[in-house]
Design a protein around this ligand. Structure first.
Ligand code: NDP
Length: 237
């Protein structure tokens, strides 16, 4: 039976490309989203990928959601923690909600989701976890102390859980994308985006498929010796 893969934020942007690519690899894929029913429904119709709606920043919703997926499709052996948001502001203008929302959605979700699947992965002696970090977690970014803190937290989380999972056949890796052409980046003002692209050595934004390719590599059965690593996919930045 094909392995079951869960992709958070798997209905739009980078996550949608990851869901599609994993499905093409032969996995049974469930994509989780939070709000945009229309986008999720359109993605489901076009791809056939099963979609589930819950807030990955909420522990109980993750526990209940994973239980539903297990009942519908089977035990989760591949988890891609991709859901993420930005709530940009310089620190002196940042509201505590902007801090908390980004920490809960981008980093708390990694705990909530991994905690919900890890016992079954350990029992099955197999697991592939990929956490989507960011170049801005590696380098910092003006106006993003919340986002940069959450994303750099993902890198430490990944390395620690990799050590815990190694003997149980569970690999845990991070992918750190550079700037990718999705709704998140299209929200950046045009003059700022031009400057960003000028700083990318390959001279263009990444595509969602550029990132999905790395995730497919890390989730493969024969990638068992790759764990605790961060794959930067950023056009040379
Ligand atoms: P998008 O904004 O295009 O899509 C985000 C996805 O995450 C949507 O499916 C959204 O659901 C889902 N999501 C958001 N919040 C929640 C939540 N609380 N619970 C469940 N699902 C949620 O993002 P991108 O594709 O641009 O980014 C994907 C990941 O890659 C993020 O982690 C981002 O930080 C990271 N990244 C992106 C870069 C870029 O240049 N785009 C660069 C570096 C990293 P819904 O449709 O319901 O809103």
């Amino acid at each position: 039976m094909a392995r079951v893969a869960v992709v958070t934020g798997g209905t739009r942007g980078i996550g949608a490309a990851i869901s599609r690519s994993l499905q093409e690899e032969g996995y049974r894929v469930a994509a989780v989203y939070a709000r945009d029913d229309a986008a999720a429904e359109a993605f489901h119709k076009e791809s056939g990928v099963a979609v589930y709606k819950w807030d990955v920043g909420d522990f109980q919703q993750c526990q209940d959601g994973i239980a539903r997926i297990e009942a519908d499709i089977g035990p989760v052996e591949i988890l891609v923690n991709n859901a993420g948001i930005t709530r940009d502001a310089t620190l002196h203008r940042m509201a505590s909600e902007q801090w908390q929302d980004v920490l809960d959605t981008n980093l708390g979700s990694c705990f909530n989701m991994c905690r919900s699947v890890i016992e079954a992965m350990r029992a099955g002696k197999f697991g592939r976890i990929v956490n989507i970090g960011s170049i801005n977690g590696q380098a910092g970014q003006y106006g993003q102390v919340n986002y940069a803190a959450a994303k750099s937290g993902i890198h430490g989380f990944t390395k620690a859980l990799a050590q815990e999972g190694a003997k149980a056949g569970i690999t845990v890796n991070a992918v750190a994308p550079g700037y990718v052409d999705t709704d998140m980046v299209r929200a950046v003002p045009e003059n700022v985006l031009e400057k960003i692209i000028a700083g990318i050595p390959v001279g263009r934004l990444g595509t969602a498929d550029d990132i999905a390719r790395g995730v497919v590599f890390l989730t493969a059965d024969n990638a068992g010796f790759v764990t605790g690593s961060t794959l930067s996919i950023n056009g040379g930045q």
